[in-house]
Design a protein around this ligand. Structure first.
Ligand code: UT7
Length: 318
């Protein structure tokens, strides 16, 4: 038994924050942000919205697309770095909001690689008979862990959620997965804080060595894409769509160039969404699925990279 993506969904909060608006708050400019990152605007969650609320909207859209009723959802995995609370998991909170019960529910923490990690676990749980179906969500509210005075990080991120529903299948929809991590690079991209004795110990904000992240991302994304292609005995020419993590258009373009995939076959949303961490890949996937770019039978390669460091690829047959 294998699994396949039966439906996708996504959600963006309604508030748009443009580069021009940001430039009024912090020493930056639309020209700098656009030329260095490709980002034009990002979405910001409303004060009353939680990560599980964003996840709920995306989940409902994916369940509708898959024709699965919310109460029939079995496994729920939420990939998030910005959970509603320390515990219970955002997945458990989402399960209750959906009106589902009894199936396993848990969060995956692999930062911007979280969605490819979660998708892999869900696929293997269906294949192993541990789940009848799965709802896999990437949902983030990064706006709440950014230092809005730090122009080096606050211009890069946004809020949103994306989801897929996996159903059992005799033909492989998820063809292969390749996941990696190297904890020696933990300091390069982190939120170095925790809760202790009733207070935040350390910093609750994103800290990043942008240059180091940039170089690492370009190297490992091309490497893991090569690994996925070699395992399937394919070349880049056999890939119909590349759906990479949306951190920076220059990272995406450098990866596509190294692989020899033209940008016309790369799904990009970074201009409008900025970096939504674990949500970026399912947001991009949903956009391409809904506007008809993804066609049945096509090969889609998802590429994730993020804090940890973590990185990975999932090859899909659509
Ligand atoms: O999911 C993974 C999450 N993280 C990433 O993907 C980030 C990866 N890294 C990057 O995207 C890029 O390294 C950045 C966009 C963060 C930075 O771009 P860069 O071309 O590497 O710029 P830089 O860090 O070399 O900075 C160049 C200059 C510096 O000024 P000086 O020292 O040359 O005078 C910065 O202080 O740009 C300055 N700068 C800014 N200027 C205006 C840094 N941030 C800003 C800003 N606006 N927002």
């Amino acid at each position: 038994m294998r699994s396949r993506v039966a439906g996708t969904g996504s959600y963006l909060p309604s508030q748009v924050l443009t580069n021009h608006e940001l430039a009024r708050r912090v020493d930056t400019s639309d020209a700098w942000i656009r030329s260095r990152t490709g980002i034009r605007e990002r979405r910001i969650a409303a004060p009353a919205e939680s990560t599980s609320d964003l996840a709920l909207h995306a989940a409902r859209a994916a369940l509708d697309a898959a024709g699965v009723a919310a109460q029939d959802v079995d496994l729920i995995i939420v990939a998030t770095t910005t959970p509603d609370m320390v515990f219970p998991s955002t997945a458990c909170l989402l399960q209750a909001k959906l009106g589902a019960r009894g199936g396993p529910a848990f969060d995956v923490q692999a930062v911007c690689s979280g969605f490819v990690y979660a998708l892999t676990v869900a696929d293997r749980m269906i294949a192993g008979g541990l789940a009848r179906n799965a709802l896999v969500v990437g949902a983030e509210i990064y706006s709440r862990i950014l230092d809005w005075n730090d122009r080096g990080t606050c211009v890069l991120f946004g809020d949103g959620a994306g989801a897929v529903v996996l159903l059992p299948s005799t033909t492989p929809g998820i063809v292969s997965a390749h996941l990696h991590a190297d904890g020696r690079y933990a300091d390069v991209l982190c939120v170095p804080g925790t809760l202790s004795e009733g207070q935040v110990a350390g910093s609750p904000f994103v800290r990043m060595d942008g240059g180091a992240v940039f170089k690492f991302a370009v190297t490992v994304l091309a490497e893991v894409a090569g690994e996925a292609l070699a395992a399937a005995r394919l070349t880049a020419a056999d890939i119909h769509w590349l759906v990479p993590h949306q951190a920076n258009i220059r990272i995406i373009e450098a990866t596509a160039k190294r692989l020899g995939v033209p940008m016309e076959r790369v799904v990009t949303t970074v201009e409008r969404h900025a970096n939504t961490s674990a949500a970026s890949i399912p947001l991009a996937l949903d956009e391409a699925a809904r506007d008809g770019r993804l066609e049945t039978g096509q090969r889609v390669l998802l590429l994730g990279v993020g804090g940890g460091f973590t990185w990975g690829a999932v090859l899909l047959q659509w």
